[in-house]
Each structure stands twice: as structure tokens, then as C-alpha cells.
Design a protein around this ligand. Structure first.
Ligand SMILES: Cc1cc2nc3c(=O)[nH]c(=O)nc-3n(C[C@H](O)[C@H](O)[C@H](O)COP(=O)(O)OP(=O)(O)OC[C@H]3O[C@@H](n4cnc5c(N)ncnc54)[C@H](O)[C@@H]3O)c2cc1C
Length: 435
């Protein structure tokens, strides 16, 4: 064998821009083996009868894989897509391609880090190193002004210190050439049917017809900042419910790693320089800091975010008929129009606004008195932008067992509907017989 071969294990980092592990692999190795494992464990049943991945997100991921494959092919490479668990697939590929080292991005949630550990153990037996990269956050964890264990549990304290003291690193350049082994296997992106899922129906009421992939993610970023300049008024519009542009809608691409948060940060900075900074340009970065924060909190508190009593160890009161109430909530038939409209939107499109998410979560916990983890599990199945730390972190926050310094965060649904849907246009759009 001549030269070095590095296996590049893609997971939620389906992009070629600002991808340190990919760039470094192309620099350090003669040939690289880019691989994605379609893990059957992601398509199983979760507790409470929900699925781990519903068809909206699955479709988005498959589209993202297709896009990544084409991008790698354009650079002379390819993406090997195999169905199976990484713990078994990766050691086999290491043998086949005489791999010297495996690169991947570190994750923060329990299931993902466990898979990494299992892979690390399996490779260790073959004396192959699994190298970890950090690439999911805007701030690199080593640039934070505190070690993970000392990050304050109150966001504002974290934000103030980070804004004062931490800098954001520049994005990594995109590789210009990918060399793969001559005997690289051919592979196809699986279909939804291969995963036991069906094609989701297109609902023309959807805020956006989300399409997976880095190409589409970068297009949306370009549109939101430069073409429409919707960014300029983001702070005013971000609590909206209707239409594509009240918020950036970048979350699905961020969740699959089709977009790098650092790339967004630097693009916003360029926008500020060229077209002016204001409270809206700041606010988009502020929201991305929330995203970072929940990821760091997951590193700090581990599996506590998946537990009913959360990081506060607080027990919520539960209704005796919570199973029945949960079903009504899931199906958008609680009888409360604003809640039902939001749940219908989620069911038909895989998306819901931030304002909607806060309201339906609060309603489930505070009004219906249902176990919040059931709601989080349902969101996990349905959301096209599901990301463990953002989902479970926000749910725990609203359930009063997470990072909210206030004990009760109760959303008065009637008041919220009057404020954010004053003419009832949103409720009308999503009332059941309006599809
Ligand atoms: C109960 C609940 C569950 C949620 N689950 C998820 C989830 O699984 N995945 C997810 O990406 N977001 C989640 N969020 C956060 C937020 O609702 C979405 O990120 C946002 O609605 C996505 O739309 P956008 O991209 O247009 O956001 P924008 O308003 O344009 O914000 C820009 C980006 O900032 C980040 N962001 C914004 N708000 C938050 C927040 N509160 N927490 C963390 N990051 C944030 C997102 O990456 C978002 O794409 C959840 C919020 C709640 C209340």
C-alpha cells in the first residue's frame, strides 16, 4: 500500500463547506473513503408509540445525502452509502480499503456519543484511531471562557460572558480535490420505501417546501440575507406564524449539518459590513447562540435532559388520563384552536414556528398536565429540523425542569393567539377541513 487512507465518517455534517474533518482528511491522506451509514436504529419505534424518525425528516436526509454525493463526485470523489450500524460497517471498510485512520465529528447526545464509543472500541482492536472533530457549533468549545462543567445554567450569564470574551473562528475552506481508492464501491441513496417509510404528501400550506442538501441550504441563506433582505427585519418578524420569511427557516439544514453555523455567522458579519448592522442582524446570531448553548448544556448534563425531572430534579403534576390527552394533543383535536392549528401544521408539514412550539409545549405540560417527555418524543419523530439538544433542551426549559431561571413559564394560549394571530388567519389556514 502506498500513501495514507483516511475514512471520513459523515453523520450530521452533510456538507463540504466549513468541514474541518473533510478538509484535513484531503490534506493528510492520499486517498479518502467518504462513508455514510444509514443506521436502522434511527428508524425504530421510540417510547410512547412514536417513531424515532418520521418521513419528513427522513426525506430531507436522503435528499441531503444525494446532494453530498454529487458534490463529492464533482471533486473527483464519491460517497459510499451503506445500510447498517457503523460499529459493524466501519471496521469492515477499514479492512477492505486498508484504512489508517477514521475521522468524524463529535456529537453531544447520549445515543450518538455511545455509537462513537462503540466504533472507537472496535477500531482500537484493529489499532486504528478514531479522530474526533468539533464542528457543530458556532463557538468552538475550546474558545469558551469557561470549561464545560462551569458553564452557567442560566443562558443570559453564559451569553454575556461569551459575547465579551469569546471569538468565532474563521470557516474552513472547501476542498478542491477528492481522491478515492480505485476500487471504491458504487452505492445508491436508499429510498423512503427502503426505510419502511412512505413519501410525505406535499401540503401547499407549508411555510416552505424544504429540500435537503447543502446546495439548497446555501441558497436559502443567500435568499434570506442578500436577495430578500428579510434578515433586516428579523427581530420584528421572528414571532410570526405565516409565510416563508418571518424567520430564517435555516434550522433543517443546520440540523443535518448541510449548513455550518459558523458560515452563517460570517455571512451575517459580511452583510453587516456591506449593508449595515442592526438589532435584527444581531438577533439571528443571538438565536444561534441558543443553539450552541443547548449543545454545551448537553455536554455538561448528559442524559439528564431526557429524564422527566430534567436537570432540576423537579417532578411535574400529571393528569390521570394523560394518555388520552396526549393523543388529542398529537392529533390537533384538543378543542383549543391555536394549539390545534399548530399541531396540524406539524403533522402535515414537519415544521412549526418557534412561537407555536412554545405554546403547544406549554399547553401540554401546564394545561393538560401530560409528561413532557412524550411531547418531546413526538417532536423528535415529526420535526424536519429535529436536533437532540435543541429539542430536548427547549422542552425541558418549558417544562420547568431545564434552564429556565423562572419556575413557571406559563403561556396563556388565548392571550398568545390574540397577540400573534389577531385576525385568526393562522388558525383558519390550519383548521382541519381547510387542506
Ligand atoms: C419545544 C421546542 C422544541 C424545539 N425543537 C427544536 C429542534 O428539534 N431543532 C431545532 O433546530 N430547533 C428547535 N427549537 C427551536 C426553534 O423553535 C427552532 O430552531 C426555530 O423555530 C427554527 O426556525 P428558523 O430556522 O426559522 O429559526 P430562526 O428564528 O430563524 O433562528 C435561526 C436559528 O437559530 C437557532 N434557534 C432559534 N431559536 C432557537 C432555540 N430556542 N433553541 C435552539 N436554537 C434556536 C436555530 O438553529 C434556527 O435555525 C425548539 C423550540 C421549542 C420551543
Amino acid at each position: 500500500m502506498s500513501g495514507k487512507t483516511i475514512l471520513v465518517w459523515f453523520r450530521n455534517d452533510l456538507r463540504i463547506h466549513d468541514n474541518e474533518m473533510l478538509l484535513e482528511a484531503t490534506k493528510k491522506a492520499t486517498t479518502i473513503v467518504p462513508v455514510y451509514c444509514v443506521d436502522p436504529r434511527h428508524f425504530t419505534e421510540a417510547p410512547y408509540g412514536t417513531q424515532k424518525t418520521g418521513n419528513f425528516r427522513a426525506k430531507f436526509i436522503l435528499e441531503s445525502l444525494e446532494d453530498l454525493k454529487v458534490s463529492l463526485q464533482k471533486l473527483g470523489g464519491d460517497l459510499l452509502i451503506l445500510k447498517g450500524i457503523p460499529e459493524e460497517i466501519l471496521p469492515e471498510l477499514c479492512k477492505k480499503y486498508e484504512v489508517n485512520e477514521v475521522y468524524h465529528h463529535r456529537e453531544v447526545a447520549a445515543e450518538e456519543t455511545e455509537v462513537s464509543s462503540n466504533v472507537e472500541d472496535a477500531l482500537w482492536k484493529m489499532q486504528i484511531n478514531l479522530k474526533h472533530f468539533i464542528g457543530h457549533t458556532m463557538h468552538h468549545k475550546e474558545d469558551l471562557p469557561f470549561p464545560i462543567k462551569d458553564i452557567p445554567d442560566v443562558f443570559t450569564k453564559f451569553r454575556k460572558k461569551v459575547e465579551r470574551e469569546a471569538e468565532i473562528r474563521p470557516s474552513f475552506e472547501t476542498p478542491t480535490q477528492i481522491n478515492i481508492p480505485a476500487n471504491f464501491e458504487k452505492s445508491e441513496v436508499p429510498t423512503l420505501q427502503d426505510l419502511g417509510l412512505t413519501e410525505p404528501e406535499v401540503d401547499k400550506r407549508s411555510v416552505l417546501q424544504f429540500k435537503g442538501g447543502e446546495t439548497e441550504g446555501l441558497k436559502r441563506l443567500n435568499y434570506y440575507l442578500w436577495e430578500s433582505e428579510a434578515l433586516k427585519t428579523y427581530k420584528k418578524t421572528r414571532n410570526g406564524l405565516l409565510g416563508a420569511d418571518y424567520s430564517s427557516k435555516l434550522s433543517p439544514w443546520l440540523a443535518a449539518g448541510c449548513l455550518s453555523p459558523r458560515e452563517i455567522y460570517w455571512e451575517v458579519k459580511r452583510y453587516e459590513k456591506e449593508r449595515g448592522a442592526n438589532d435584527s442582524t444581531y438577533w439571528l446570531i443571538f438565536e444561534l447562540l441558543w443553539r450552541d448553548y443547548f449543545r454545551f448544556m448537553f455536554k455538561k448534563h448528559g442524559t439528564r435532559y431526557f429524564m422527566e425531572d430534567g436537570i432540576k430534579g423537579k417532578e411535574n403534576e400529571l393528569a390521570p388520563n394523560q394518555k388520552e390527552l396526549f393523543e388529542q394533543w398529537k392529533n390537533g383535536v384538543t378543542g383549543v384552536p391555536f394549539v390545534d392549528a399548530n399541531m396540524q401544521e406539524l403533522k402535515h408539514t414537519g415544521f412549526m414556528s418557534n412561537r407555536g412550539r412554545q405554546n403547544v409545549a406549554s399547553y401540554l405540560v401546564n394545561d393538560l398536565k401530560v409528561n413532557w417527555t412524550w411531547g418531546a418524543a413526538y417532536f423528535e419523530e415529526m420535526l424536519i429540523d429535529y436536533s437532540p439538544a435543541s429539542n430536548w433542551g427547549n422542552w425541558a426549559y418549558i417544562a420547568g425542569v431545564g434552564n429556565d431561571p423562572r419556575d413557571e413559564r406559563y403561556f396563556n394560549i388565548e392571550k398568545q393567539a390574540a397577540e400573534y394571530d389577531p385576525h385568526g388567519a393562522y388558525v383558519k389556514l390550519w383548521s382541519e377541513n381547510n387542506s
